[in-house]
Design a protein around this ligand. Structure first.
Ligand code: ZN
Length: 289
């Protein structure tokens, strides 16, 4: 029997596509290096808007099923074998954007009891015993109810798992440094006429943008740029990637930069000296027994 990987990374996301946009290069890198990469997605994004006209008939559970297939294809591109749905398929549904009536649906993630949902995640934590957890900041990066809830569930699960015997050494939030975002949008204005998107998004549309000094960790995804773009493309209903793979658009058709370097803020655990270039930096990796 082969031994389980010594380095184990857990990512918690709200919808299929968030993982590839935020962490695609990071996931591909660690999977390629032989680390165990586990993705827990909280909902199937049943209320996402669909880009291709020929697929716009898909809604609700049917769309969720389709997005699960997209997620499966994306994980193949990233080399990630372990991806799961929080509490099992269909347990929590997409809550839709903040303020709409779907937020009140008792089956949606926004209405979920955080402790209940966290317990479903604790099972995964205790099984995988990750040294690193990646999720969103308390605002979910940009205020989407499912992203806010994913943050709360991941944070609570880390607490409960610690009580149950596995304290995750390092917890990170997804980030983009403000100067990097500003420069990328300046470049985008120049490139926009050559792109298949009508208009540009703004820095405010990018989740997790913060002042540069908050960035603790930079993952150079250059070697995995192609895998990240391919994973994003696999989310056919949600993402359109530009030729050249430097930009993408969501269903709002506003162009935004596709970041190959991915950025993080360490919020729990000991930061290694300087700017970290490895999420596992400084973690004592016990060999599998
Ligand atoms: Zn999302």
């Amino acid at each position: 029997m082969t031994e389980p990987p010594a380095r184990r990374l857990l990512l918690v996301h709200a919808h299929p596509d968030d993982e590839s946009i935020n962490n695609g290069a990071t996931m591909a890198k660690y999977a390629a290096e032989g680390a165990r990469v586990t993705l827990v997605t909280c909902t199937l994004g049943e209320h996402g808007e669909v880009i291709p006209p020929e697929l716009q008939h898909l809604t609700g559970a049917e769309l969720g099923e389709h997005r699960l297939a997209e997620l499966t294809a994306a994980m193949r591109e990233l080399g990630v074998e372990d991806f799961r749905l929080l509490g099992g398929k269909g347990r929590y549904e997409d809550s839709g954007m903040m303020g709409i009536a779907d937020n009140d649906d008792p089956s949606c993630l926004w209405q979920a009891d955080v402790d209940d949902a966290a317990r479903a995640l604790v099972e995964v934590v205790l099984e995988v015993r990750p040294q690193v957890l990646v999720t969103y900041d308390p605002d979910g990066g940009y205020g989407h109810p499912d992203h806010i809830q994913a943050h709360r569930i991941a944070t609570r699960a880390a607490e409960l798992a610690a009580e149950a015997g596995w304290r995750i050494p390092k917890i990170y939030w997804n980030r983009v440094p403000r100067t990097v975002a500003d420069e990328a949008f300046a470049r985008l204005q120049v490139d926009l006429p050559g792109l298949p998107f009508g208009k540009s998004a703004t820095v405010e549309d990018v989740p997790g943008v913060v002042d540069d000094e908050r960035i603790t960790t930079v993952i150079d995804g250059t070697a995995h740029a192609g895998a990240k773009a391919a994973a994003m493309r696999a989310h056919v209903t949600q993402i359109e990637v530009s030729p050249g793979e430097r930009y993408f658009a969501l269903s709002n058709e506003l162009a935004q930069p596709l970041f190959i370097t991915e950025y993080y803020e360490l919020v729990r655990g000991q930061k290694a000296a300087g700017t970290e270039s490895d999420l596992f930096a400084g973690v004592v990796i016990e060999e599998a027994s």
